[in-house]
Design a protein around this ligand. Structure first.
Ligand SMILES: Cc1cc2nc3c(=O)[nH]c(=O)nc-3n(C[C@H](O)[C@H](O)[C@H](O)COP(=O)(O)O)c2cc1C
Length: 349
């Protein structure tokens, strides 16, 4: 699937703005591969972004979809109260904590109609008919997994490759089931441990993700058997990324820790620690997308006020080592660093 790449680096799907057609085209043009993040987009806007990507590049690209879960039966009232206090700081009303399916079936129709060459799924397994329809048109199916059990399920569901996400990763964890009693949603593995364990249960091609920001990191996961490295945070400050400006500023200052929280969306996700994460993470229930809908107006108002303290600043653990600049330069730097790292390691072995 990625054999034709000049350099097996993938710009990870990043919903909520960062993944733009321009970023996909720039990374592809530099010899890598890019994904559009379709999560939280309407089917119409997704179709527009696919069309725009095709205007900018003739190369294949991918689209990523959020697989919907089930409505939460958790008691949300405490979190609603705490979020109401946050909302009042910005003089907005909190959103309504409703469940929705993110228009998943309609977006599957879009990627099938548009014959998107690679479609990846996170938060769960695609339906059997989704896999069948995509395979019928020659598209490849990728499923994000975080542990061997999920890898086995994804293989059974017909995945052509797996995106193996380590706990270092920025953004939402791709876990199929969120254990509400665990702050991270269940047992978590670093990317090298996840690769090792998942290689033990499947021969599917593995794409490694989580904390990879330097060429040496890319070389490390390729040496560990991945077919490609998928980087999100490394591209968040790229010129072509659509990352919210307040988040770009926060990422440029290496003085925050990252942590995993349910406070913004109800689903474990890694981001820069801010006030909402510090104050609301401990009691945040497992309820995605209910809490995401609840916090939406607050996050938007904080962004408008240029205040990072109530925004979801999704980023991986190594964010401080990521750089700004044109995406093509970031890819070229990664390639040079990867080659140097391999030479260095070869001398030691
Ligand atoms: C801002 C942001 C948004 C993300 N959105 C998505 C998404 O829409 N779909 C998805 O599968 N993964 C998403 N991820 C996770 C990435 O696919 C990937 O696992 C992660 O970026 C890898 O870790 P890194 O950020 O340290 O490179 C997102 C990550 C970030 C940082």
């Amino acid at each position: 699937m990625f054999e034709s790449l000049r350099f097996p680096v993938i710009a990870a799907p990043m919903a909520g703005g960062p993944s733009t057609p321009e970023l996909v085209a720039a990374v592809t043009g530099a010899g890598g591969f890019g994904f559009l993040g379709a999560g939280m987009l309407s089917p119409r806007v997704l179709a527009e972004k696919i069309a725009k990507t095709r205007e900018l590049t003739d190369e294949p690209f991918g689209v990523n979809l959020f697989v919907p879960g089930k409505p939460s039966d958790a008691d949300l009232s405490g979190h609603q109260e705490r979020m109401a206090a946050e909302a009042s700081r910005y003089e907005v009303e909190p959103g309504t904590p409703t469940w929705d399916d993110d228009s998943y079936p309609a977006k599957v129709d879009v990627v099938v109609e548009q014959r998107v060459p690679v479609v990846s799924f996170t938060f769960g397994l695609p339906r059997p008919e989704d896999v069948r329809r995509l395979h019928e048109i020659g598209s490849k199916v990728i499923v994000t997994v975080t542990k061997p059990e999920e890898a086995l399920e994804a293989e059974k569901a017909g995945a052509d490759a797996l995106a193996v996400q380590g706990f270092e990763a920025g953004g939402h964890r791709g876990i199929f089931k969120d254990d509400p009693d665990s702050p991270t949603g269940g047992e978590i593995y670093g990317v090298l441990a996840a690769l090792r364990l998942i290689k033990g249960v499947t021969e599917l091609p593995l794409i490694a993700a989580g904390g990879l920001v330097h060429g040496a990191d890319v070389a490390a996961v390729l040496a560990a058997g991945a077919v490609a490295a998928q980087l999100g945070t490394a591209f968040l400050r790229a010129d072509e990324a659509g990352t919210q400006p307040t988040q770009v500023k926060a990422l440029a200052v290496a003085d925050r820790k990252t942590d995993i929280t349910r406070a913004f969306s109800g689903r474990p996700a890694r981001g820069l620690v801010n006030r909402v994460m510090t104050e609301l993470s401990a009691q945040a229930p497992s309820a995605y997308p209910e809490l995401n809908n609840l916090s939406k107006p607050i996050r938007a108002a904080a962004a408008k006020a240029d205040d990072p303290e109530a925004m979801s600043l999704w980023a991986g653990q190594t964010y401080s080592a990521a750089t700004d600049g044109p995406a093509a330069e970031i890819v070229a730097r990664l390639r040079d660093e990867a080659r140097a790292a391999v030479d260095r390691a070869a001398k030691l072995i």
